[in-house]
Write a protein that binds this ligand. Structure first.
Ligand code: PHE
Length: 366
C-alpha cells in the first residue's frame, strides 16, 4: 500500500532509464521467455557496461506472465503505472503481446515485441512495434517451400485454435498454398496444451496429404510428431517459428527428425554480427547456444536503445517517433527497416531437424 503514495515517481528525473519487460519465464512456453529475456539482459548489460544510454544506466524491470492468459495485463499495468517504465519490451507469443499492446497504446508507452509475428499486434496502434517479420510473409515462405521443394500437391493443416499465432499462420499458409496451385485436403483443430492428438491425426492420415502444416508451439508439435509416427503418418510435418526450441528435440527425439520449419535466424550463419553475438551469449550463459528468441530479445533491447539515443530523450513520445523512423538498423537477426505498419521487413530462414539438431537450409528474402 505504501507504494500507492508514490505515484509515478520514476517517470522522470530518476537515475536510470526504466524499461519494462514482460516474458513467459515459467509455464507452458517457458523457453520463449527464458530465451528472449536472456537476450534482452545481455543487451542491457552490454549497454550499461559501456556507460548506458544518454549517460544513464538502463534499469530493466522484468515480469513473468507464467505463459498464462490474463497475467500479462496485470504485469504490464504494473510496469507502466507503478514502476514508471518509459518503454516496454515483450513478448514472444502473439496472444500475450496482443494482451499488452492495448495497455501500452492507451498509456502512450512504446512497446517493442521481439518475436510476435501475428499482424494484429502492431495493428493495435502507433505505439506498437516489432523487430521480427510477420506471418503473412512466414506463411507464404512455407507455402512456397512445401510446393516447390517438397513438391507437395495436397496438404493437411492442423491448427491450435487457442493461439492467435497459430490461427493466423494457418490462414496465411493456406492462402499461399492454394495460390501456388495446391489443395488443402484436411483442416483439423487442437487446443494448445492437449495431450492426445490421435483422433485428428487419424482423420489427417485418411485424407492422404503429401505434407502436414502444423503452426503450433514446440511442446504440442513434439507430441503431435510422436503420435503421427505411432499412427504411421509418415509425410513431412512443417511449421513456423513456434517450433524453435531445444525442447522440441528433447521431447520429440526421432519423431521430429526430417521435419521442416521457418524461423528468424540460424546460429551458424556468417551474416554480420551473428558470430559475435553467439560468442557473447555463450560466454554469459554457460555455453548455451542462443536460439531465435534469444537473438530477437537482444535485438529488441538494442533497437530500443538505439531509438532512445536518436531521440536524445527518454520521453515516451520522442522514443516512439524515433522507433517509427528506423530505416536501416543492423540487428543480429538481419537489417531492420520499420515500415508504415511498424513491422520489421526482414528475411526468414528454413531449418530442418537433422541428426537431433536444427540444420540451416535456406534464407528467403521478403
Ligand atoms: N512468432 C511466434 C508468435 O507470434 C512466437 C515465436 C517467435 C516462437 C520465435 C518461436 C520463435 O506467437
Amino acid at each position: 500500500a505504501a507504494s500507492l503514495l508514490l505515484p509515478a515517481c520514476n517517470k522522470s528525473g530518476g537515475d536510470g532509464i526504466i524499461i519494462g519487460e514482460f516474458a513467459s519465464l515459467t509455464g507452458k512456453e517457458a523457453t520463449f521467455g527464458t530465451s528472449s529475456h536472456e537476450g534482452t539482459l545481455l543487451a542491457v548489460e552490454t549497454l550499461n557496461a559501456a556507460g548506458g544510454v544518454l549517460g544513464k544506466k538502463i534499469d530493466l524491470l522484468t515480469e513473468d506472465n507464467q505463459s498464462k492468459a490474463g497475467e500479462t495485463s496485470n504485469v504490464v499495468n504494473k510496469l507502466i503505472s507503478k514502476d514508471g517504465a518509459v518503454a516496454i519490451l515483450g513478448e514472444v507469443a502473439s496472444s500475450r503481446s496482443l494482451e499488452a499492446a492495448p495497455i501500452c497504446q492507451q498509456n502512450g508507452i512504446p512497446m517493442v515485441s521481439p518475436a510476435s509475428t501475428n499482424p494484429k499486434v502492431t495493428e493495435t496502434g502507433d505505439c506498437i512495434f516489432r523487430v521480427c517479420f510477420i506471418d503473412p510473409f512466414q506463411g507464404t515462405v512455407m507455402a512456397n517451400f512445401v510446393t516447390n521443394t517438397l513438391k507437395a500437391k495436397k496438404v493437411a493443416v492442423f491448427t491450435d485454435v487457442k493461439s492467435d499465432y497459430s490461427k493466423g499462420l494457418a490462414k496465411f499458409f493456406k492462402e499461399g498454398f492454394i495460390k501456388a496451385g495446391g489443395q488443402v485436403v484436411a483442416e483439423l483443430d487442437f487446443n494448445g496444451g492437449d495431450k492426445d492428438f490421435k483422433a485428428q491425426l487419424t482423420a489427417i492420415k485418411s485424407a492422404a496429404p503429401d505434407a502436414v502444416f502444423v503452426p503450433g508451439y514446440y511442446t504440442d508439435v513434439a507430441l503431435i510428431a510422436i503420435q503421427a509416427k505411432q499412427l504411421g503418418l509418415s509425410v513431412p510435418l512443417c511449421g513456423g517459428d513456434g517450433w524453435e526450441s531445444q525442447t522440441l528435440l528433447d521431447i520429440g527425439k526421432d519423431a521430429v527428425e526430417g521435419h521442416y520449419f521457418s524461423t528468424h535466424y540460424a546460429s551458424d550463419s556468417s551474416a554480420p554480427g551473428v558470430q559475435a553475438f553467439v560468442a557473447a551469449y555463450k560466454k554469459r550463459f554457460n555455453g548455451k547456444m542462443p536460439d531465435a528468441m534469444a537473438a530477437l530479445g537482444y535485438d529488441s533491447a538494442m533497437f530500443l536503445a538505439d531509438a532512445i539515443k536518436r531521440a536524445g530523450s527518454t520521453d515516451s513520445k520522442a522514443i516512439r517517433d524515433a522507433l517509427a523512423a528506423t530505416k536501416d538498423y543492423e540487428a543480429v537477426t538481419g537489417k531492420i527497416a520499420i515500415n508504415a505498419q511498424r513491422d520489421a521487413v526482414k528475411s526468414a530462414v528454413i531449418l530442418q531437424v537433422k541428426d537431433g539438431k536444427f540444420k540451416y537450409l535456406e534464407t528467403v528474402a521478403p
